[in-house]
Design a protein around this ligand. Structure first.
Ligand SMILES: Nc1ncnc2c1ncn2[C@@H]1O[C@H](COP(=O)(O)OP(=O)(O)OP(=O)(O)O)[C@@H](O)[C@H]1O
Ligand SMILES: [Mg+2]
Length: 328
């Protein structure tokens, strides 16, 4: 029987030394010996193609070192969530991501009394939620899409943002806090600075109380510079023609600039340029499409089809000028 080709090998994760310097600042790492059972599943996957942006990494490492909560704010798909995960992956730190999707309840985060049935009858017992578990196990917590977190939950979390991260578990009748030297940290990501939503891009976001917000340090995460985005795309798709990658990024940059001055109502996110190249390369490799057609179709697939008609027309015009060919 013919042998099936070996699967492509992932580059091996480098050994994690006791400390690293990231963006010019030293940070302690987490050796496997300091992890409890199951914690290593929460260490984010190592991505050798991830570019650590110094402007983002410096405040992140500073916040981790000083043990202050930090909020990453910026447009969609720019790298807020993954930059925290990339840092955690680099240092071997378990990381719990809680996404505020509307279904998260305070009880999920803090804990609640649960009723158990036994032969002797029902009894109730306190069950810790996600945050007490994270405090206990020294995980990082990412409060993702924090501007969708309802105020009744932000108030529950308020004390956790203070030194020592005290958390009162009223119904469990105890106060928890992170022991001194704990690796527990809090990060939040948000598309708006908690001012609620005015652009229509981030419906479902809410106002974040200013006093609550003042407990966070902050960092703005914008789209990366053109050359760096080209490096990211080429790293992820080594077979892609560099000239095509340059064109993709040119279209994205032009649309982002147009968004900045109001001539287009949405930007093209890094997440979307990645999908665009991925789709186009699949059309070239799997279906023998001509490169220009593949890239035009890839743009429609990853970005254009979900845009409103005015934006779609604008993006089509930019792509036609940059790529040439018949358009999508
Ligand atoms: N510095 C980087 N190097 C390589 N890839 C990156 C980098 N930053 C972001 N990406 C990639 O871009 C995509 C979007 O990143 P991410 O999900 O972190 O964005 P986000 O800002 O959290 O978006 P959202 O606001 O929609 O939650 C991911 O696929 C991620 O891997
Ligand atoms: Mg995110």
């Amino acid at each position: 029987m013919p042998k099936s080709p070996a699967p492509p090998r992932r580059p091996k994760r480098p050994e994690i030394p006791p400390a690293l310097t990231v963006a010019g600042i030293d940070i302690d790492t987490v050796g496997p010996d300091s992890l409890q059972e199951g914690d290593s599943d929460l260490v984010p996957a190592w991505d050798p193609d991830y570019i650590l942006e110094p402007d983002v990494m410096e405040p992140l490492v500073l916040a981790a070192n000083l043990d202050v909560p930090i909020m990453l704010v910026g447009p969609m798909g720019a790298g807020k969530t993954t930059s925290i995960e990339a840092l955690a992956a680099l240092i071997g730190q378990p990381c719990l991501r809680i996404t505020f999707n509307g279904d998260v309840r305070a009880a999920d985060l803090v804990g609640s009394k649960e009723v158990f049935q036994t032969d002797q009858g029902p009894y109730t017992e306190w069950q810790d939620g996600l945050i007490p578990r994270a405090l206990d196990r020294q995980w990082w917590v990412i409060l993702d899409e924090y501007d969708a977190c309802p105020s009744k939950i932000t108030f529950v979390l308020q004390s956790l943002l203070e030194p020592g991260h005290p958390l009162t578990l009223t119904r469990g009748n105890k106060i928890m806090r992170a022991p001194s030297g704990s690796r527990f940290r809090i990060f939040a990501t948000s598309n708006t600075v908690g001012g609620g939503e005015e652009t229509g891009l981030f419906t479902g976001t809410v106002q974040i109380n200013k006093s609550h917000l003042s407990r966070f340090a902050g960092v703005r995460v914008g789209y990366m510079a053109r050359e760096r985005e080209e490096i990211v795309l080429q790293g992820k798709f080594p077979q892609a023609n560099p000239a095509m990658i340059k064109k993709v990024v040119s279209v994205a940059v032009e649309v982002r600039n147009a968004f900045g001055i109001g001539s287009c109502s949405v930007p093209i996110a890094l997440r979307q340029t990645i999908l665009w190249v991925r789709a186009a390369e699949r059309l070239i490799q799997g279906c023998s499409f001509q490169p220009i057609t593949a890239y035009q179709r890839g743009l429609a697939f990853a970005v254009g089809s979900l845009m409103d008609p005015r934006d779609r027309q604008f993006v089509q015009g930019v792509a036609q000028r940059v790529f040439g060919g018949p358009g999508w």
